[in-house]
Design a protein around this ligand. Structure first.
Ligand SMILES: Nc1nc2c(ncn2[C@@H]2O[C@H](COP(=O)(O)OP(=O)(O)OP(=O)(O)O)[C@@H](O)[C@H]2O)c(=O)[nH]1
Ligand SMILES: [Zn+2]
Length: 298
């Protein structure tokens, strides 16, 4: 039987299958292939007739995976942002979308609290970046149907700064979301706000949503960049300009004759997007040097 791992608690995996949710155990032998099963893994399992529980027999190759939070096979990584307080720092949006683009996961910016502030500036920035952007209000329900359409049949994880209304948006997407999270936390004896694990929650009409614990875990270290030069491709709007800079190997920071910098000057690329790129570049540049010092191991 086939299924998808929705959650893992204390060595048990809860797998959504055609027969419903099945509690499974894993056997150690995956360690040689993909390693430990993680949330979002597509797995094969066998049911034990004695008690109806299962055990995992195989894990399908992952189309992508994040390290923290540990989750596989995401179709979408959504960043919930807001122009109303607490206002989202665009750098945090850019960091998460860059990770998504680099990993081949669809990036989605969800501007919430539009009842308080429509977030016109944010919307313009991301519209121009080629990153899909939706405006919603979890309070009034505005825009929620479009977001529902976008995630239907997909596996979508949500990140966002504290207080942005991420929980409220997730509850709009599926009214059982909060209840479910609470119930599981009670079972393992922890308060809902202290749970740091990720789990997939099935949504009505198909698909899964997951809450992720804030922005802190989204570090560029997990992009697995081999070369700092790979970062430029994580900014979709840079791509038309790549190869047009005066110098090959241009870092697009402030070099003479840089086509990306010229596009920023001309207003074709948003300044805040370029600033985020430079900040991330400084980080991965150091990382690369560090990796080289360590002897080139990844
Ligand atoms: N005006 C307005 N307020 C909202 C909206 N969505 C959420 N809020 C309010 O914003 C506050 C935070 O909402 P939550 O859903 O708890 O936010 P969160 O992002 O999950 O916050 P954390 O639990 O800290 O991660 C609450 O007071 C909500 O009522 C919205 O669309 N409009
Ligand atoms: Zn350049």
């Amino acid at each position: 039987m086939e299924g998808i791992i929705l959650k893992g608690i204390g060595g048990f995996y809860y797998v959504d299958t055609a027969e419903g949710l099945i509690e499974c155990k894993a056997r150690g032998r995956f360690r040689k292939t993909v390693g430990k099963p993680i949330i979002g893994d597509r797995v094969m399992l066998e049911i034990q007739p004695e008690d109806g529980t299962g055990y995992l027999t195989d894990i399908h190759p992952r189309k992508n995976s994040l390290v923290r939070p540990a989750v596989a096979n995401l179709d979408l990584l959504a960043v919930v942002a807001s122009a109303a307080p607490p206002v989202t720092d665009p750098f945090l949006i850019d960091k998460v979308t860059a990770i998504a683009v680099h990993k081949g996961i669809g990036a989605l910016v969800v501007i919430n609290k539009t009842d308080e502030d429509p977030g016109d500036d944010l919307f313009r920035i991301y519209e121009k970046s080629g990153i899909e952007t939706l405006r919603v209000s979890a309070l009034t329900g505005e825009g929620i149907e479009r977001l529902k359409d976008r995630i239907r049949g997909r596996v979508a994880a949500f990140a966002g700064n504290s207080g942005v209304g991420k929980s409220s948006v997730l509850n709009r997407l599926d009214s059982g979301f909060g209840a479910e999270v609470g119930a599981i936390s009670d079972r393992i004896g922890r308060g809902r706000h202290t749970t740091r694990h990720v789990e997939l929650h099935p949504v009505e009409g198909g698909g899964y949503i997951a809450d992720t614990p804030g922005f802190s875990s989204f570090e560029t270290g997990q992009m697995d960049l081999v070369l700092a030069e790979d970062l430029q491709y994580a900014f979709p709007e840079f791509v038309p300009y790549l190869g047009q800079c005066r110098f090959t190997g241009c870092a697009h920071v402030k070099e003479k004759g840089c086509a990306v910098c010229a596009a920023v000057q001309a207003g074709e690329i948003a300044e805040s997007r370029h600033e985020s790129y430079v900040k991330l570049y400084e980080g991965v540049k150091d990382l690369k040097e560090w990796e080289l010092l360590k002897g080139g191991t990844r």
